[in-house]
Every structure is written in structure tokens, then in C-alpha cells.
Design a protein around this ligand. Structure first.
Ligand SMILES: *Cc1c(COP(=O)(O)O)cnc(C)c1O
Length: 430
């Protein structure tokens, strides 16, 4: 049995403990939802205020040059590159995850069509995040491809010689299950298939090495583990062997080789800059940079590797405590126990009351979230298993927090508090 005292001792020995001071966490809140919206860094309000009052207010249009606004997508991209195993100049921070997926999937399809025109299939995972599937559906329809959705253990079998692109999310948003990016990419390449990886639940959460995996295209999200703030710019990466070969379809002027020549014909910039479209949200970029700096602050302490080992310790502890203290309440674990298959979240299922349990926890200051059970896989089961989702961000979550979260969960279950009507009313955002 692990006790509260044990957890306090773990916090006292934790070399990353001081990083919590980089964030503004409300009193009395245990925040287990950094996988949906990261916490506000302490530096962000001041930096955004400075961007507004000084750079915009006084600098006005001069700030495009003087404050470095124009090169923010590349400058922030270089910071993101350090977190995902890319080199400087290979990543841009821009647009949303959905839009970047449209750009890179479209580029991948064009590339595949030029090289191997007979391949007319895109493979993805049935339980991928819906926006990824929706974007792929629309592109497939437009270009005459078939989108084939498979279960996560059937991906490699699906890579036949009619497949053009494999599009996967590295860590599953619903279960926290993680693909082995290196081996899946290698299998795709053996089959002549290009890979598009969505790193929404990976960047800043688990070590990613895009070059070691020899991936082709990747995108990711700025407001989850990167702490960039609601609706923060996302990012795109293209392997340098492809970067200059293809034009992405949203060929706006920011991706032009010389935007301020104002020529009537589009001429794409070299490298990743052609993946930009139009004018960027500078205030959001300023906030994103503060979020990225909280992750880069871990570099002297071991960076993503140190974060990863704490993340695994936290999720191991959470799983252990739930099993020790909340047994007999109908909770099951859907997140893989195997470290190599686990992202930075733990998901529990329950056939009844998952939404209300999450609401009761939120009322107690333990913020996780709820995801409806997977409609595509529940058909064979007697009851749909809804998901209680708990994200662990080792930058600001500690071992005592984890202990307390499980204690609250235990009390919510034992008292039946979750049955109260106010916890059973659905909100628009779950
Ligand atoms: C969070 C998330 C998104 C979000 O896309 P937006 O364009 O920011 O709304 C996309 N894909 C995955 C896999 C995600 O987890």
C-alpha cells in the first residue's frame, strides 16, 4: 500500500518539483486535464500585455520587423522542434491542428499520386480523433481516395500495395494508448506508404523523435501539453527530404517565396515556410511562446526524458491507487499498463455514471474530463463503456496531488455523491 506520506516523500525527492512555480494554478484545484487545455504559465499575462501595449500599442506596424512578429512561426517552430526530435528550420507554428492536417495530408496525397498513381487508399485508425477523420474524409472524397479505418492492432496488416498514406495519431485521445512510431513508420515505408503523424497528445507529453522514426509528415497541437492557451497556434513538420517537393493547397501569401514582392503568381517558399498560409495571430503566438518556454525550462534537468519518467511514475501511481482504493466500484482500466504503449494520461471506464462522476470530481476541484464510449467498438458489448479521462502533466502535477485525486474519486464513489441531479446535467463541452 502506498500512503499519503509515501507520496509526500516522492514529491520531496522530485527534481522537477520546482517547475510548478512556472504556472498559475488556482487554489484548491488538482488539474488533470492538461491533455485538453494546458495551465496558464506565470509569464503569459505579462508577455501578452507587453505584446499589446508596447509592440502593438507603441510599435504599431513597425513591430512586424522590430518585435520579430514576422518570423514568429519559424522561431516558435524551432522551439517545438526541440521537443519532437526535429532540427531547426523544420517546424512552423501556425494555424490549427485541423487546418495543418489538411495541408500535410493533401501534400502527402499529391506526393503519393505522383510517385505511385495506382494507390487509392488512405489508412487510419477507427478510434482516431474525429476531426482527423473528418478532414481525411473530405480530402479523400475530393481526390477520389478511399479512407479505410482499422482497429489499432490491425494497422500494419492494412498496409497493402494500394495504400498511399497512413495517417495516425501517436497517442490515442480516448484511451491514452501509444503507437510505436518507429516500427509503424518502418512498416509503412516497407510497404511504400507515406506517414502522417498527429502529435496532439504527444508533443510535450512523451519523448518524440521524428528523425529517428524517419517519419514523413507531422502536426500537433499548441494548447494541450504545450500550454499555449485556448486555441493556441498548432504546428506542422515535414521531413526535409519532402519539404521542397510539394506545395500545400492553402497557398496563401505567407507561404510565398517573397511575400512583399506582391507578385501575381504564387511561388512557394523553400522548406517548411511554404506550409504557412496567411497572417498569423501574433498575440496567441506570444502566449504560445511562454508555454513552450515552460517545457524548455526542463532541459537542464533532463528535458523530455525527465518529464517522461515522472509522467510514468505518476500514471503508475494513479493506476495502483485506483486499484487499491476504489475496487468494487465497476471501474476498468483502458490505458495500457505497458510503459511503451502508454501516453501521459489514464482512462478508466464505467458502464454507468462516468459523466456524473467527473462532474462530482470537478465540484471537488479535481478536474479531469469525460469522453463518451467508442460507438464503433461498443456494438459487441452489453453496455457502452464511457470514459473518465485523467491527464498527467508532470510539470505541475505531483505525487500528493495524485493521491488526493484518488481519495476524492473514492469518496465520490462510496458516498454515491455522483447521483445528485446537478452532476447529471450535460454541458455543451465535456
Ligand atoms: C486536440 C486534437 C485536435 C484538435 O484540433 P483543433 O483543430 O485544434 O480543434 C486534433 N487532433 C487530435 C488528435 C487532437 O487530440
Amino acid at each position: 500500500m502506498t500512503t499519503l506520506q509515501d507520496c509526500r516523500a516522492l514529491d520531496a525527492q522530485d527534481p522537477l518539483r520546482e517547475l510548478r512555480g512556472l504556472f498559475t494554478l488556482p487554489e484548491g484545484v488538482i488539474y488533470l486535464d492538461g491533455n485538453s487545455l494546458g495551465v496558464l504559465p506565470r509569464a503569459t499575462p505579462g508577455r501578452v500585455a507587453q505584446a499589446i501595449t508596447e509592440e502593438w500599442g507603441r510599435g504599431l506596424i513597425r513591430s512586424w520587423n522590430d518585435a520579430g512578429w514576422f518570423s514568429l512561426p519559424q522561431r516558435l517552430g524551432d522551439k517545438i522542434a526541440q521537443l519532437v526530435g526535429a532540427e531547426p528550420g523544420e517546424v512552423v507554428a501556425t494555424d490549427s491542428t485541423s487546418i495543418n492536417l489538411y495541408k500535410v495530408l493533401s501534400a502527402a496525397l499529391r506526393m503519393a499520386a505522383d510517385r505511385q498513381p495506382g494507390r487509392k487508399r488512405v489508412v487510419s485508425e477507427r478510434s482516431n480523433f474525429p476531426t482527423d477523420l473528418y478532414i481525411a474524409q473530405s480530402l479523400c472524397k475530393e481526390r477520389g481516395y478511399e479512407l479505410q479505418l482499422v482497429d489499432d492492432d490491425r494497422v500494419e496488416q492494412a498496409l497493402g500495395n494500394d495504400v498511399a498514406v497512413l495517417m495516425l495519431t501517436h497517442v490515442n485521445y480516448r484511451t491514452g494508448a501509444m503507437h510505436d512510431m518507429n516500427s509503424v513508420t518502418a512498416a509503412a515505408h516497407r510497404a511504400g506508404v507515406l506517414t502522417v503523424w498527429d502529435l496532439a497528445h504527444s508533443a510535450g507529453a512523451v519523448p518524440v523523435d521524428l528523425h529517428a522514426a524517419d517519419a514523413d509528415f507531422a502536426i500537433g497541437c499548441g494548447y494541450k501539453y504545450l500550454n499555449g492557451g485556448p486555441g493556441a497556434p498548432a504546428f506542422a513538420w515535414v521531413h526535409p527530404r519532402h519539404a521542397d517537393c510539394f506545395e500545400q493547397p492553402l497557398s496563401g501569401w505567407w507561404g510565398h517565396a517573397a511575400p512583399f514582392e506582391f507578385t501575381p503568381e504564387y511561388r512557394p517558399a523553400q522548406g517548411i515556410s511554404r506550409y504557412l498560409c496567411g497572417t498569423q495571430p501574433i498575440l496567441s503566438m506570444a502566449a504560445l511562446e511562454c508555454g513552450l518556454d515552460t517545457l524548455l525550462a526542463t532541459q537542464p534537468m533532463g528535458g523530455m526524458r525527465a518529464l517522461r519518467s515522472k509522467s510514468l511514475a505518476l500514471t503508475d501511481l494513479f493506476i495502483q491507487l485506483v486499484e487499491e482504493r476504489c475496487g468494487g466500484h465497476g471501474l476498468s482500466l483502458v490505458t495500457p499498463r505497458e510503459h511503451g504503449r502508454r501516453g501521459s494520461q489514464v482512462c478508466l471506464t464505467r458502464s454507468e455514471g462516468a459523466y456524473a462522476i467527473v462532474q462530482a470530481l470537478i465540484a471537488r476541484g479535481v478536474i479531469g474530463d469525460f469522453r463518451a464510449g467508442d460507438p464503433s467498438t461498443s456494438s459487441g458489448q452489453p453496455e457502452r463503456q464511457d470514459i473518465l479521462r485523467f491527464g498527467f502533466t508532470p510539470l505541475y502535477i505531483g505525487f500528493e496531488d495524485t493521491w488526493s485525486a484518488v481519495e476524492h474519486l473514492k469518496q465520490v464513489l462510496e458516498t454515491g455523491e455522483w447521483r445528485r441531479p446537478e452532476f447529471n446535467q450535460k454541458h455543451a463541452v465535456t
